[in-house]
Each structure stands twice: as structure tokens, then as C-alpha cells.
Design a protein around this ligand. Structure first.
Ligand SMILES: *[C@@H]1O[C@H](CO)[C@@H](O)[C@H](O)[C@H]1NC(C)=O
Ligand SMILES: *[C@@H]1O[C@H](CO)[C@@H](O)[C@H](O)[C@H]1NC(C)=O
Ligand SMILES: *[C@@H]1O[C@H](CO)[C@@H](O)[C@H](O)[C@H]1NC(C)=O
Ligand SMILES: *[C@@H]1O[C@H](CO)[C@@H](O)[C@H](O)[C@H]1NC(C)=O
Length: 658
């Protein structure tokens, strides 16, 4: 009797924990001694002393993985599972953005030694991506926009099957009960909770995220996928993360999982918290406060009086519609302070759209460029501001980021990231010494192309830049090209005189059909980009006055092309130190983009694949009949062309007489 009892006792003692272990587990932090045994960590993944599982550090080109050591037995063709986890992504450099992202993955194997860093998220390599024999299901939390995988932006959540071309994806966020989507910044460094559920009866995968512990009722993604056709009988569950050329630390704070049931919910308050990046010394703060308080009392009365006087002086009328606009609305007084009262010494430049000032914003202290545009029509400004909410959402590493805006009367102030290396035309033409070798120039070309492609195809609506030119290409601290002034051309659609259309653009960059029809298309941007290509390769302006004549760059390049001595046009500054094939390809591509016929020009997507070397230019280029490309009246050009010595400006916009 006792023997039988003992036998049964032993059986239950061993069987309960093991089945418990296989079908359900919960980690509240990763400090428990058995944690290390139950999880397999690989590559850069490690468990920190504070109980946080760190998948990658902020070093570039890493992958990190953690998988539950034992496989999960998905024994039935009808099964469901649910998982909940808390993660946090902290970019190395907030300004550069983060890379590359984190995934929750269910896979046939937990061996990812051949998987790549960067956009492949540590799950695939270029050979096996898209192959059904992978048996990988993943939910990606992607913080870097990879065009090759059709990423919508650098802050999205997607459902992936054997590939990183997401079957379904959405901007990171959650729905409130009112069905309004609130954006969640995956790279904020703050903890985020995620829930993933699947039920094979409905075959829907639901993904929900939230910055707080309460689970939103409506999932962010709800998408039908037959997982039973992807899963094998035994599958591993876990996470992968990767960094690319830009990097983020990826952390897991807690994780629960349950097969055929609901995973334990996690509470952000009970999970370990990430160490602060900066610590404040409280005691010194208290001491200095106790000294300062009496002083404050005396001066505050004075300050209040001064403040009231100042407020009256700077008062701005904010209309109710302005409060609903997307990106940050700065107070006029903030921008006035930042630019030291729009002081002349802070002026970076001026051009067709207005003056640009350098400014410094406090808390956190950042340098910005403030563009001040005076527009004759308040209605025009108002219509433009309604566009700002979409322009503010554009996030791409080759676009100058719009940080916010402000309106005062019919004055519009736009706040952008400050670009320490100024604009491309200054570096190409105004320097004593050549600072841009071919490698840098080629990188700039690829950057501009990628930024333009994003404007044309990467966003919900097609955005035509309409003023692509060297002075609108700005360079960040790493000499990456960033396109500025996108979207601004719209301002000129809303002129005070509705009967006329104004041409926006710059001579030498204007597509011939534009001067005929006045209708801007993506082809016009491609044309302007072609001019830019020749400009960069030749180190010459689109139109250069030489003696009594002027040199039209495109005609000059064509003439050398037909003479068979195309490499004569290359900028002498880097002669002898360049990749001949690359330069030749850029020149040919430039000429293709400058085709007089809109249909003869490639799309920006094609341009990017030529530049990336994915496709070779086969085109047999012929000198266009009629030769010369129409560039418009030269007098206008001379009038508008005034060399300037400022760094950041959108200059020389020509508005032909209407
Ligand atoms: C198969 O799944 C169903 C529901 O998910 C469950 O009730 C049943 O016990 C499972 N059968 C086996 C053999 O595990
Ligand atoms: C998919 O992977 C399997 C096994 O690695 C391989 O035999 C097959 O050729 C691959 N298929 C494709 C289309 O690459
Ligand atoms: C997924 O979400 C839908 C819509 O909210 C819901 O009807 C369904 O039950 C959810 N499925 C799972 C497996 O939670
Ligand atoms: C998901 O995407 C993969 C690869 O892109 C495709 O083969 C598969 O059919 C898609 N599945 C669903 C359910 O859309």
C-alpha cells in the first residue's frame, strides 16, 4: 500500500513540474537561479545583475537570441497559445535613430548562427530568407526602415512568416476604446508590454502593445495565418534582436507564455527597471535649494512683473485648430529665445522660402535650425500647416527631420534638426580645398536617392519635392546626405492669387515639361536629381557663366559623351582616385534622368537599384535631337544667382513672372 502510494507520489511530483514547465512559464525579471538553465542564450545575449535580459548592447552589427531551452510540443493541429512580454529599446544615439529591432519568434530550431545582423534581425540570411523550409513565425518590432523588406517606417510592428516581408504590419501604437490610434515610440527606451495570441480555430494572430500595464481591448494587428501549416510538432519559442550600422540596446524585462490558455499577465511595476542613464545628486540639490529659497521669494515678485510686461509684448494668438496639428507646436517665445531674438549673427542663410537661423533649445539642449517664412496670405499658411502633421511624420535618415513649428500672424516658423556640415553646394563649390572625395560623393548620391524614393513611394501619399538641388542637400555630422525643404513647395500652391500657378523650382533643375504645363510630377524630381548627379560628378554648377557665354552642364556632358571622352568631365579634384565604373554609371544615370521625355527617365526605385548595383545600365544613350535642354531665361538665372557664404539655406528659388 505505502509502496503504491509512494510510487504515485513520485510520479505526480515529477510529472507536474515537467508538464508545467513545457506548456507554461513566467519570468518576472530573469534573476531566478533556474532561469539560466531554462533559457538558451546565444550571441550577444546576456542576463544582467539587475535581472534584465539584454539581447544586444549598443554596439553595431550584433545579433542576440534567447529561446526557451525545451521545445514546445504543439501536439495538436488544433492549438492556441498566448504570450506576454515586456521589452525596452534604447538607441545608442537618439539623433541617429536606432537599429535594427527585436522579434518574438517561433522556430523549428534555436540555432541561428548563420543568421545576419541588421535588417535580417538575426533570423535569416540572404540565402534562406523567404524559404518555406525555415519554419519560422515572427512578430517584429522594427526600429529601422529597410526598403528591401518594404518597411513602412522605422517604428512599426509586423507579422512575418519565413521572411521579413511582413504579411501585415502597422505603425507601432495602440487603440484606445474610442478606436483612435495612439503612437508608441518603440525606441523611447521606456518599457513596453506586448501580447501575442493565436487560436487555430479562427487562425487569427493578434498583436497588442501598450506603454502601460493595462491591455488595450482592441489588438493593433489581427491577421489570419494558418500556423499549423508552418509549425512542426516541436517548436522553440524565444526572441531575437539585432543592431546594424546604427545600434540600440534591446532589453527583455519579463516574459510569460502558455500553450492552450492565457499567459500570465505582467505588471510593469513588479518588473526590474532599467538603470537610469544619468543620476542626479539629490543632497546637493536640497542644500542649494535651501539657500536659494529666500532669494527666490524676493526676486519672484520682480520676475512676475517683468514676465507680465514681456508676455504682453510677445503675445501670440493661438487658434483652436492649431492645437490639433501633429508635430510639436513650439511657443513663439521659445524660438525667439533659442535664436537669441532672431539675431543677425545666428542667421545661417536665406533664400526663396525665408530666413534660416541657428538656435539652441534647452531641456534637452539641442541645436536646431529655425526657418522663418513670411507668407502674404494667412489662409495659405493655415492650409500649409494642416499639411505639417503629415510632413512631421516623415522619418528617414536621408531627410532633414522636422521637429516642430510655430505660427505667429502670417509668419510661419519651422524647426528642423541642425546639420553641422552645411549644404552640399558649399562643400562642392565654396571650399578652398576639396573636402569631398569620390567615395563620400557616391555615398551622398545614394543618400539623396534613398530620401527621394521615400518621398515618392515610402509614405502613404506621393510627395513631390519640387526643389531638389545641391543647396537643399544638407550634411549631418557623419557626412550623410539629408534632403531639406520637402513639402514646402505646397506653400506656394496656396498663393494669394488663386487664378495663377506659380512655378517652384530652380533654373538648371527644371524639367522641360514643367515650364510648359506647370504640373509637377515625380519625373520632375528625377530630372532635378539628374542635374544633381552631373553636378556632383563634374564639380560644376548646372549653368556656369564662362566669358560671354554660359556653360550648360548637361550639354557639355552630352558633347563629351558623343566625342567618346566622357571621363574628361570628371571633377579634377578627385581625378586619379575614383572608381571609374561608378563614376561612369553615375554620369550615364544622370543623362538618363535628364531625358527631355518624361517617359525616358527612370523612376527613383530604378535609380536606387542602379546605384546599389542590383541592376546594370544597359541603355544605349543617344544624344537627344535638338541637343540643348531648355533651361529658361538666363537673365532670371543671373538675377537669382547670388553666391552666399552661409551654411544652411534653401537659396535661389526662381519664381518666374506669372
Ligand atoms: C488538443 O487541443 C485541444 C484544444 O486545444 C485540447 O482540449 C486537447 O486536450 C488536445 N489534445 C491532445 C492530445 O493534447
Ligand atoms: C529552401 O531550403 C531547402 C533546404 O535548405 C533547399 O533544399 C531549397 O533549395 C531551398 N529553396 C529555395 C527556393 O532556395
Ligand atoms: C483577436 O482579436 C479579435 C478582435 O478583437 C477577437 O475577436 C479574437 O477573439 C482575438 N483572437 C484571439 C486569439 O485572441
Ligand atoms: C505571408 O508572406 C509569405 C512570404 O512573404 C507568403 O509566402 C505567405 O503566403 C503569406 N501568408 C499569408 C497568410 O498571407
Amino acid at each position: 500500500m505505502t509502496i503504491i502510494f509512494l510510487f504515485i507520489y513520485t510520479l505526480t511530483f515529477f510529472s507536474i513540474p515537467s508538464s508545467f514547465q513545457l506548456d507554461e512559464f513566467t519570468y518576472i525579471g530573469f534573476t531566478h537561479p533556474e532561469t539560466k538553465l531554462s533559457l538558451s542564450l546565444s550571441d550577444s545575449a546576456q542576463i544582467n545583475k539587475n535581472g534584465i535580459l539584454q539581447l544586444t548592447s549598443d554596439t553595431t552589427k550584433l545579433t542576440g537570441h534567447v529561446f526557451y531551452s525545451s521545445p514546445i510540443h504543439f501536439k495538436n493541429s488544433s492549438f492556441s497559445f498566448s504570450t506576454c512580454f515586456a521589452f525596452s529599446i534604447r538607441p545608442n544615439d537618439v539623433k541617429l535613430g536606432g537599429g535594427d529591432g527585436l522579434t518574438f519568434a517561433i522556430a523549428k530550431s534555436k540555432d541561428f548562427t548563420s543568421a545576419l545582423w541588421g535588417g535580417h534581425l538575426g533570423l535569416f540570411n540572404s540565402n534562406n530568407i523567404g524559404n518555406f523550409s525555415n519554419h519560422i513565425f515572427a512578430v517584429e518590432f522594427d526600429t529601422y526602415q529597410n526598403f528591401e523588406f518594404g518597411d513602412m517606417n522605422d517604428n512599426h510592428v509586423g507579422i512575418d512568416v519565413n521572411s521579413l516581408l511582413s504579411n501585415n504590419s502597422a505603425l507601432a501604437g495602440y487603440f484606445g476604446d474610442d478606436l483612435v490610434q495612439n503612437e508608441v515610440n518603440l525606441k523611447s527606451g521606456k518599457p513596453i508590454l506586448a501580447w501575442i495570441e493565436y487560436d487555430s480555430i479562427t487562425s487569427y494572430v493578434n498583436v497588442t502593445i501598450s506603454p502601460s500595464s493595462s491591455k488595450p481591448r482592441i489588438p493593433l494587428l489581427s491577421f489570419p495565418v494558418r500556423l499549423s501549416s508552418i509549425f512542426e510538432e516541436y517548436m522553440y519559442v524565444g526572441f531575437s534582436a539585432s543592431t546594424g550600422l546604427v545600434s540600440s540596446s534591446h532589453y527583455l524585462l519579463g516574459w510569460s507564455f502558455k500553450l492552450n490558455g492565457e499567459a500570465k499577465s505582467l505588471d510593469l511595476n513588479t518588473l526590474p527597471s532599467l538603470p537610469k542613464t544619468r543620476k542626479k545628486h539629490k543632497s546637493t540639490l536640497i542644500i542649494s535649494l535651501s539657500i536659494l529659497v529666500p532669494f527666490f521669494v524676493l526676486t519672484s515678485i520682480l520676475i512676475v512683473v517683468l514676465f507680465l510686461i514681456k508676455k504682453l509684448k510677445n503675445s501670440e494668438v493661438i487658434e483652436s485648430w492649431e492645437l490639433e496639428i501633429g508635430p510639436h507646436r513650439y511657443k513663439y517665445i521659445e524660438l525667439k529665445k533659442a535664436t537669441r531674438n532672431f539675431k543677425e549673427s545666428e542667421l545661417l542663410g536665406f533664400g526663396g522660402f525665408g530666413r534660416v537661423y541657428k538656435g539652441t533649445l534647452p531641456n534637452p539642449k539641442i541645436q536646431v535650425a529655425v526657418k522663418r517664412i513670411s507668407h502674404e496670405s494667412k489662409q495659405g499658411v493655415r492650409e500649409f500647416i494642416s499639411e505639417i502633421s503629415s510632413i512631421g511624420k516623415f522619418r528617414h535618415r536621408n531627410l532633414v527631420q522636422l521637429l516642430g513649428w510655430c505660427r505667429r500672424g502670417s509668419d510661419l516658423l519651422l524647426v528642423y534638426d541642425f546639420m553641422p556640415n552645411g549644404s552640399l553646394d558649399k562643400l562642392l563649390f565654396d571650399q578652398e580645398k576639396c573636402v569631398l572625395n569620390w567615395e563620400k560623393r557616391f555615398n551622398i548620391i545614394k543618400g539623396v536617392a534613398s530620401g527621394l524614393l521615400y518621398l515618392h513611394e515610402g509614405y502613404e501619399q506621393t510627395v513631390i519635392h519640387r526643389d531638389v538641388k545641391a543647396s537643399n542637400v544638407l550634411l549631418d555630422d557623419e557626412m550623410n546626405a539629408r534632403l531639406g525643404d520637402f513639402g514646402l513647395a505646397k506653400l506656394y500652391d496656396h498663393g494669394s492669387n488663386p487664378g495663377t500657378t506659380r512655378l517652384v523650382g530652380t533654373l538648371g533643375y527644371l524639367a522641360p515639361e514643367l515650364t510648359r504645363t506647370g504640373r509637377a510630377t515625380t519625373g520632375c524630381d528625377v530630372f532635378a536629381f539628374g542635374t544633381l548627379l552631373l553636378e556632383i560628378a563634374c564639380g560644376r554648377r548646372p549653368i556656369e557663366p564662362i566669358g560671354p557665354d554660359d556653360l550648360v552642364l548637361v550639354d557639355y556632358v552630352w558633347s563629351k559623351w558623343s566625342e567618346g571622352s566622357i571621363l574628361d568631365v570628371v571633377d579634377l579634384n578627385f581625378k586619379g582616385d575614383f572608381d571609374e565604373n561608378e563614376v561612369l554609371m553615375v554620369l550615364k544615370l544622370g543623362l538618363m534622368c535628364l531625358s527631355n521625355e518624361q517617359l525616358g527617365r527612370p523612376s527613383m526605385r530604378q535609380v536606387v537599384s542602379y546605384l546599389e548595383g542590383e541592376v546594370e545600365i544597359m541603355e544605349d544613350l543617344r544624344v537627344p535631337s535638338g541637343g540643348c535642354v531648355e533651361v529658361g531665361g538666363f537673365e532670371d538665372y543671373l538675377h537669382s544667382y547670388t553666391p552666399s557664404s552661409f551654411e544652411q539655406t534653401s537659396s535661389f528659388t526662381v519664381l518666374p513672372k506669372t
